[in-house]
Design a protein around this ligand. Structure first.
Ligand code: PMV
Length: 330
């Protein structure tokens, strides 16, 4: 499709945390992979000084306000990330903006309920699209930094691992706030993914862990340090495609997450069902209590593991992993 110079469509992948959730909020590393279900954003520059947004996946239709009101007054939940992305981009004043307004439409290939990081992916899409349209050509690092700032502006917390997956794609070794962003050279990752049907409230769960850490600070620090060791080992096993060790490391990581209190009964049922039917290992992915679990299994057991997850009340989702980061579509 021919690209006109005031409209562009970009897409960014969703993410799945493989190892190191929670600990990554406290200076430790994690490993995240980008998933093939993508978020798309079409961004158009307008002559009138208005911001317009349609994001049907998060119940935003015909949202409109004056550009001078950007970032102000009550912003509906579903519009926050996109609006702040636009606001932060313009705040940088890197560009003399030849147009006055912006129209954005987002469309996701995945449900915002899965916990695949739709908010971060849409933030990254908007910043990438604006950088292309205004010919500033931000580097991946600059797109990461501006998108991460946007995520912190909106939700106050977050390691930025989801932003890194959306920008860089692939499978990444990542340290809090992007102190380290290291792509891992792996070709495929035969993950089985099960959705619990429960929406995880990440900020709430992070706060619950913080409460626990007030009373048991030493013990929880030790858990984070153990998770760090698991992440370092997992990085090596991933590069060697040593799936059985990787599965064992998943189980170890899950045990520590359970100790933090974030396992949740439904995820636990799915995880143990996967292990009982021959998975090398299984764990939750993300904040816990809901969203998704992941499992690794030998090819001969994949079917049985999927059936067991379904029987435990989960929904198996077909995902491609290790996919390309943010890109221009048309
Ligand atoms: O719930 P998710 O998929 O956004 O994952 C949260 C992972 C945490 O480590 C708990 C938070 C973070 O931002 O790293």
């Amino acid at each position: 499709m021919k690209q006109s110079n005031n409209v562009i469509t970009v897409s960014a992948p969703g993410k799945l945390m493989l190892f190191g959730e929670h600990a990554v909020l406290f200076g430790r590393p994690c490993i995240v992979t980008a998933v093939g279900q993508r978020m798309k954003a079409t961004v158009q520059l307008l002559a009138e000084p208005v911001f317009q947004l349609n994001a049907p996946d998060v119940q935003i239709t015909n949202y409109q306000k004056s550009m001078s009101e950007l970032g102000k007054s009550d912003i509906p939940k579903g519009a926050k990330f996109v609006e702040f992305a636009l606001y932060n981009f313009l705040e940088r004043k890197l560009v003399s903006f030849a147009y006055n307004g912006v129209r954005i439409t987002t469309k996701s290939q995945f449900s915002s309920q899965f916990g695949f990081g739709s908010s971060s992916a849409s933030t990254v899409c908007v910043i990438k699209a604006l950088s292309e349209l205004t010919k500033i050509k931000l580097s991946q690092r600059q797109i990461f930094d501006l998108s991460y700032k946007t995520v912190l502006d909106v939700q106050g917390k977050g390691s930025g691992f989801d932003v890194a997956a959306a920008v860089y794609g692939g499978t990444i070794y990542f340290v809090t706030g992007g102190k380290v962003i290291k792509p891992l050279d792996i070709k495929n990752l035969p993950l089985i993914v099960g959705y619990s049907g429960i929406k995880a409230d990440t900020v709430n769960i992070v706060n619950q862990v913080a409460e626990k850490a007030k009373k048991y600070s030493k013990q929880i620090e030790n858990i984070y340090t153990s998770i760090q060791t698991i992440v370092e080992n997992a990085r090596k096993s991933l590069l060697k495609k040593d799936w059985s060790t990787l599965g064992e490391l998943m189980n170890l990581n899950e045990g520590l997450l359970a100790t933090l209190g974030v396992e949740g009964n439904k995820l636990a049922d799915m995880i143990y069902a996967a292990r009982d039917t021959g998975a090398y290992g299984a764990k939750l992915s993300g904040a816990g209590m809901g969203d998704c679990m992941i499992a690794l299994a030998p090819p001969s057991k994949v079917r049985a593991v999927k059936e067991a997850i379904t029987k435990a009340g989960g929904q198996v989702i077909d995902v491609k992993t290790n996919v390309e980061g943010v890109r221009v579509e048309s």
